[in-house]
Design a protein. Structure first.
Length: 65
């Protein structure tokens, strides 16, 4: 995982991973509304379903080509 963080830090040195419990400590205006909605869900399964729905909406069509 650290190598992925290193790549992200090439673009932004302040990148860091947080867990779902730490999410509420972040200024919501810094995060897209879709992700605020995802991490506001307390149930892990609901978070996964929401993430997959976002993925299908934005990525799935591009992969079919």
């Amino acid at each position: 995982m650290s190598s992925k963080l290193d790549i992200l830090r090439e673009y932004n040195e302040d990148i860091q991973l947080i867990n779902a419990n730490e999410f509420k400590n972040i200024n919501a205006s810094l995060i897209p509304d879709l992700w605020v909605e995802v991490f506001s869900k307390h149930d892990r399964e609901k978070r996964i379903k929401k993430i997959l729905s976002i993925w299908k909406k934005y990525v799935n069509n591009n992969l079919s080509r």
